[in-house]
Design a protein around this ligand. Structure first.
Ligand SMILES: Nc1ncnc2c1ncn2[C@@H]1O[C@H](COP(=O)(O)OP(=O)(O)O)[C@@H](O)[C@H]1O
Ligand SMILES: [Mg+2]
Length: 342
């Protein structure tokens, strides 16, 4: 278990959007903690509520359109109820964010350096020259070659990977405590993706921050996260230290995800997708939301909502199967899976 200071303490977070088609239950009763020094990975298929979780934490959801419950303490202060002005001061400075699309952060019409300088001066009273020096330092820290020259470039003069680096530089400029990255590598090819993940891991250590990494790609969290939360239909299905979640996964949804990604360390070439598709969040199945797709469903699964409980060592999950049944089933699945591959 990571033992750094708790920076984010989310408890009972729910987000609902009333729409003309019905209420969208985008996030349903999430609780998790993120500590300094760790990368906290949030993973799940598209439409499972990952981005809405992120936007709720950043105060970027329209309060008139979204019904938000729960608490999200950042260093003890609740992000969900603090005045907008205070939240704006925290966002971008103490909690920084990066997205899939660097142009969400970088304006195409301004030089990269000028944007970095403006970002510093929006939060701090420092002379332009000093801000420029800091910006160049951070560009160097994120691996932009010849940062003093590239400082004068426009974003389109950077390659895709470099733009992603520049966006990370922008996020790190004001020495944040938390970096939230929503699908930061999804648009990149595999080589660049690996470089950016490595960079995120390195800056996490160098800047001594916490990273919340949101992705649909289990391979990505496997590579860099210390703690993993698996989401489905707006809920946490399983959560725990990476070694536990990947080594001794407890939830059938996690099993399905693991069988549907390529393993670099195994000779498994046959991938088995999870049958069916995630539900509409307006009509979430009763009981366990995964039950219609779960090959192991039984009695209570379509009626009773399984409790999300710690099964020891910070490894928590929500499934009605007993620990013994899970051990047996997972062992059987692994054997079948490996056999099918040779
Ligand atoms: N402003 C909104 N109004 C209504 N529904 C929304 C809104 N924003 C997101 N949703 C719905 O919330 C669900 C979760 O979305 P999202 O968090 O973006 O999923 P993910 O990031 O895991 O792919 C989706 O069904 C999406 O359509
Ligand atoms: Mg998303």
């Amino acid at each position: 278990m990571p033992d750094g200071e708790v920076l984010l303490d989310v408890s009972g977070l729910s987000v609902r959007f009333p729409t003309s088609d019905g209420v969208v239950n985008a996030v349903d009763d999430l609780s998790f903690q993120v500590r300094r020094g760790e990368t906290f990975g949030i993973v799940g298929e598209s439409g499972s509520g990952k981005s809405v979780t992120n936007l709720a934490l950043l105060g970027l959801l329209n309060r008139r359109a979204a019904n938000i419950e729960g608490t999200a303490l950042f260093k003890g202060r609740d992000l969900l109820t603090m005045p907008p002005g205070e939240l704006r001061r925290i966002r971008g400075k103490e909690i920084a964010m990066i997205f899939q699309d660097p142009f969400a952060c970088l304006h195409p019409m301004y030089r990269v350096g000028d944007q970095l300088v403006e970002a510093i001066r929006a939060h701090e009273r420092v002379p332009r020259r000093q801000a420029a020096e800091r910006a160049i330092e951070v560009l160097a820290a994120v691996g932009i070659p010849k940062p003093r020259e590239r400082f004068r470039d426009y974003p389109h003069q950077y390659s895709g990977g470099m733009r992603q680096r520049a966006m990370i530089a922008m996020a790190l400029l004001l020495n944040p405590d938390v970096l939230i990255a929503d699908e930061p590598t999804t648009a990149l090819d595999v080589t660049v993706q690996a470089q950016i993940l490595e960079l995120i891991d390195r800056v996490k250590k160098e800047f001594d921050i916490a990273v919340v990494l949101i992705t649909h790609d289990l391979g990505v969290v496997a590579e860099v996260a210390q703690t993993v939360m698996v989401m489905y239909a707006g809920r946490a299905m399983e959560q725990g230290p990476r070694q536990q979640v990947f080594g001794k996964p407890l939830h059938p949804y996690t099993w399905g995800l693991l069988e549907s990604i390529p393993h670099v360390d195994q000779k498994v070439s046959r991938l088995v997708p999870i049958e069916g598709a995630p539900p509409s969040l307006i009509f979430v199945p009763p009981g366990c939301p995964f039950h219609p797709r779960c090959p192991h469903r039984f009695g209570p699964c379509d009626q009773k909502r399984p409790e999300f409980r710690d099964r020891g060592g910070g490894h928590a999950e929500a499934c009605h199967l007993s620990a013994d049944e899970k051990r047996t089933l997972w062992a059987e699945r692994q054997e079948r899976f490996t056999r099918a591959a040779v």
